[in-house]
Design a protein around this ligand. Structure first.
Ligand code: DC
Length: 221
């Protein structure tokens, strides 16, 4: 049986970066599940699907020709590619428009079923770190290891400000956005963001990324 490591957490908790670092350290693949929701959103936006109605989204996801593949890079690390109609979507799924659309489509049951099936196939095929919002709770409840990462909203707002290279005057609005996104992620009806009961809960407000990585590694035998 392949080894599965689930990492869930809040926006700005550093889970994406830490999932990649952990996977690299262990020689595992790393699955970014948000990229699947983003790819579905990209397809819907490109095809002019009206996202204001869940039934349109549910119907459109049945027609999508999408797969996730892993290709080895020059160092032998498995790198995720999100393939729509035979073409790698690359960075096209990282725009603000797609971020917003992905948060809408990810609320639809049929989309979650579509994404979960892909995640199960990958997790059953090779050792992988799977990063998302509902991995330890819904997608892989029997994962070998589970982590839940977060930090205070203030710390996450500071990180984002720095990452986007924005001036201090943007701090309050970024903080508000983070609080609002937490609220939306944690209160949605389907698969809300929450720590699995058996997850290692790490608040990394006062940690450097390498300290969080070390803490995570200390749990893995
Ligand atoms: O992690 P991200 O920002 O790339 O995720 C994009 C969207 O997908 C986000 O709005 C929440 C959703 N998502 C989800 O519902 N479940 C997951 N396992 C991963 C992401």
């Amino acid at each position: 049986m392949p080894i599965n490591i689930a990492i869930d957490g809040t926006a700005g908790s550093g889970k994406g970066t830490l999932a990649k670092q952990l996977a690299k350290k262990l020689g595992f693949g790393c699955l970014d599940t948000g990229a699947i929701y983003r790819s579905v959103a990209y397809y819907m936006v490109e095809n002019g699907v009206d996202l204001s109605k869940g039934e349109n989204i549910a119907k459109a996801v049945k027609k999508i020709n999408f797969k996730v593949v892993f290709e080895a890079d020059e160092n032998g690390n498995k790198v995720q590619k999100n393939i729509l109609d035979g073409t790698d979507l690359g960075e096209k799924i990282r725009t603000e428009e797609i971020s917003l659309a992905s948060s809408i489509v990810s609320q639809v049951k049929e989309v979650r079923e579509f994404a979960t099936k892909i995640q199960h196939e990958i997790a059953g095929s090779f050792d992988v770190v799977v990063e998302g919002r509902d991995i330890g709770t819904v997608v892989l409840p029997n994962a070998n290891y589970k982590f839940f990462l977060t930090a205070s909203p203030e710390v996450r707002a500071r990180r984002r400000l720095k990452q986007l290279n924005l001036p201090e005057e943007n701090y309050e609005s970024i903080l508000e956005e983070i609080v609002e996104r937490d609220r939306r992620d944690m209160t949605r009806a389907l698969s809300p963001l929450k720590a699995a009961e058996d997850a290692v809960y790490i608040d990394n407000s006062n940690q450097l990324p390498e300290e969080t990585l070390r803490e995570m590694l200390s749990y893995i035998k």
